[in-house]
Design a binder for this molecule. Structure first.
Ligand SMILES: [Fe+2]
Length: 338
C-alpha cells in the first residue's frame, strides 16, 4: 500500500459557548484566531504550517465534529477514498475552508474524519512574521503556548477492532495497546501516520453513544514550557485534571485540563520517535505504568469522561463497567504486580 496519510492537520470541535472557548484558547493556551466563517472560529498555534489547526463550531454539547488528516499526495487522497469505499463506508466530497476539495466520512465507530491534500499555508501578518525562514510565525508571547496541534484520542466500544480498521483501510501503524491486568479487555491503543508514537489514540467507551472523543492534544517544545503552561492555567483558575507526569506508552510528558465547554485538552512534549515500518505493537498493562511511567499517580475518575457526555444520570458514570473503572483508576494497588 502506498503511504496514504501524512499527519493530523486540524480538529473541529463544538462548544455550547464558542466565544468562551475562543477566549480561553487565546488567553490561556496562546492560540490566535485567523478567521470567522458562518459562526465557526478558526484558530492556530504559532508553529502550525497551515492556516488553522482548530475550528470551534457552535453546538449544544462539547464534541468532535471532525478530525482531519492531510494525505501524502493527491493520488493518496484518491486511493484512500477508494479503500474507504471498498470497506463499505461512504462519505462525500466537499470544498473546505482553505483545504480545497476534501472527503469526509463517518468511520465504523461513528467518528467523522476529513481527508484532504490541498492546503493553504499560513502567511503571517507583518507584525508577527518570524525572522527565521522555517517558522510560519513568531513564537507566541503567551507563556507555554503550544507550537502545534499534536493528536486526537477518540472513544470506541471496541479498541482492537477500531485499531485494526484504521490500520487496514488507511495504513495507520498500531504502536501499542493496553489490556487490563484483570481481564483480557483492551482499554487503550495508539496509532500513527508518521514517526510520532501516535497522532490517533483510542480509549474504550462503555457507553452506547458512538463517535465520542476523549481529548485532543497540542505539542510544546520542552518540558519547561509544559510546566509553565500548567502554571499559567493555575493562575487563571483553570484546574489541572491529571499530570504533569510522563506516560509509559509514548513516553511523553503530559498534562490534561479542560476548556470551557468541558472538553479535555492535553499538552505533550518529549517521547520517542519510531520509524520502524513493520513495528509490532506491544501490549501493556495498567500496572506497568502505561498511563504513568512512575506508577505512582493513578488516573482520576474524571479522565474516563468522553464527549459528548453519555446518556445517564452522571457524567462520571458514563457506562464504564466497574471492573474496568477500578482497574484503570488504581492500577498499582494489587500486590505483586509489575
Ligand atoms: Fe493523548
Amino acid at each position: 500500500m502506498i503511504k496514504l496519510l501524512s499527519h493530523l492537520s486540524y480538529v473541529a470541535i463544538t462548544s455550547p459557548d464558542v466565544e468562551a472557548s475562543v477566549d480561553f484558547y487565546e488567553k490561556q493556551v496562546g492560540l490566535t484566531v485567523v478567521d470567522r466563517v458562518d459562526g465557526a472560529v478558526y484558530l492556530r498555534c504559532w508553529g502550525d504550517y497551515y492556516r488553522y489547526s482548530v475550528v470551534v463550531l457552535p453546538g449544544d454539547e462539547p464534541s468532535l465534529a471532525t478530525m482531519a488528516w492531510r494525505t501524502s499526495s493527491p493520488e493518496a487522497l484518491e486511493e484512500a477514498v477508494k479503500r474507504i469505499e471498498a470497506s463499505g463506508v461512504s462519505g462525500e466530497w466537499f470544498d473546505g475552508v482553505s483545504i480545497g476539495r476534501a472527503y469526509r466520512f463517518t468511520g465504523p465507530w461513528g467518528h467523522s474524519m476529513t481527508l484532504h491534500w490541498e492546503v493553504e499555508r499560513h502567511q503571517a501578518p507583518g507584525n508577527v512574521a518570524s525572522i527565521f525562514p522555517d517558522r510560519p510565525e513568531k513564537r507566541s508571547t503567551v507563556a507555554g503556548a503550544p507550537r502545534q496541534l499534536d493528536h486526537v484520542t477518540v472513544a470506541t466500544s471496541d479498541v482492537d477492532a477500531f485499531a485494526a480498521w484504521y490500520n487496514e483501510v488507511l495504513g495507520f501503524r498500531i504502536m501499542a495497546r493496553t489490556v487490563l491486568d484483570e481481564a483480557p479487555i483492551s482499554v487503550f491503543s495508539v496509532l500513527t501516520t508518521n514517526e510520532k508514537s501516535h497522532d490517533l489514540g483510542v480509549v474504550l467507551d462503555g457507553s452506547s453513544r458512538a463517535g465520542r472523543v476523549n481529548h485532543y492534544a497540542f505539542w510544546v517544545d520542552t518540558r519547561e514550557e509544559l510546566l509553565i503552561a500548567a502554571d499559567v492555567l493555575m493562575e487563571h483558575g483553570t484546574p489541572i485534571e491529571y499530570g504533569p507526569s510522563i506516560h509509559g506508552i509514548g513516553e511523553q510528558n503530559f498534562l490534561y485540563y479542560r476548556e470551557p465547554s468541558s472538553l479535555r485538552i492535553e499538552l505533550n512534549t518529549g517521547g520517542y520517535r519510531n520509524y520502524v515500518p513493520d513495528w509490532t505493537p506491544n501490549t501493556w498493562k495498567p500496572s506497568l505504568g502505561s498511563n504513568n511511567l512512575y506508577r505512582n499517580g493513578a488516573m482520576p475518575l474524571s479522565m474516563t469522561e468522553s464527549f459528548p457526555p453519555a446518556d445517564g444520570p452522571s457524567a462520571t458514570e458514563e457506562g464504564v463497567p466497574d471492573e474496568i473503572k477500578d482497574a484503570l483508576l488504581n492500577p498499582y494497588a494489587v500486590q505483586g504486580r509489575g
